[in-house]
Design a protein around this ligand. Structure first.
Ligand code: PGA
Length: 247
């Protein structure tokens, strides 16, 4: 069975004072049925990991370099994230692809680095609004999946996050049928050894108000949540909805 995953992406938000939100989340869910993950900025990974050590909430990074170490000023390696207490890392988020020009090949290299460091890679993909309007969504995500999935990926070390670019931070979401269509296509597009066990999560304007409907869809194994993961009360409601969907 695929364990449901509620993943929070704090993006470039969070100072030491905000660790209280992570602690409040953990207190609200002492024994969640789903896996609960928070991905704070790199500066907080170590402190958040320490603060949540005796709780079931796990911590991840938002990006990693493809190499383990080297002359790459400002970058953080997967090994460093693991050393700081992370168990997961997001790679290929659309903001990385847009702001830093990351390609599918680079995302695959980052995911491979995550795997070498023992981290679960959450590989993000999704179409732009123009691509959806052009009827290209399924082609785009199939191409991204094929290009960003590294050799060595398994159902255990990889999660795929479908995040339509136009739904991120906009308050807009695809219809339930559209989400279900893409998730079904992604599952069908996974290599055979990953097809049954790989978790496919949805991201893009997931809120307490729409979480239950999204989690009821076939092939949706959880969510990657940005804005609504910053406050414990909001993210807690999403975690509760996922737990309820898991039964
Ligand atoms: P959002 O972000 O929930 O704020 O739309 C999702 C994401 O970018 O992962």
């Amino acid at each position: 069975m695929r364990r449901k995953l509620a993943a929070g992406n704090w993006k470039m938000h969070g100072l030491a004072a905000d660790l209280a939100e992570a602690e409040a989340l953990a207190e609200a869910h002492p024994s969640p049925g789903c896996e609960v993950l928070l991905c704070p900025p790199a500066t907080l990974v170590g402190r958040m990991s320490a603060a949540l050590q005796r709780t079931p909430v796990v911590v991840g990074g938002q990006d990693c370099h493809a190499e383990e170490s080297g002359a790459h000023t400002g970058d953080v390696s997967a090994a460093m994230l693991a050393d700081a207490g992370a168990s997961h890392v997001i790679v290929g988020h659309s903001e990385r692809r847009t702001d830093h020009g990351e390609t599918d090949a680079q995302v695959a290299a980052k995911a491979a680095a995550a795997h070498r460091a023992g981290l679960v890679a959450i590989i993000c993909l999704g179409e732009t609004e123009a691509e959806r309007d052009g009827g290209e969504t399924l082609d785009v995500v199939a191409r991204q999946l094929a290009g960003a999935l590294p050799a060595g990926a398994t159902a255990e070390n990889t999660v795929i996050a479908y995040e339509p670019v136009w739904a991120i931070g906009t308050g807009r979401t695809p219809t339930e049928a559209e989400i279900a269509e893409v998730h079904a296509a992604l599952r069908a597009g996974l290599p055979e050894h990953m097809a049954a066990g790989t978790r496919l999560i949805y991201g893009g304007s997931v809120k307490p108000a729409n979480a239950a409907a999204i989690f009821a869809l076939p092939e949706v194994d959880g969510a990657l949540v940005g804005g609504a993961s910053l406050k414990a009360a909001d993210f807690s409601a999403i975690v509760a909805a996922l737990d309820a969907a898991a039964g």
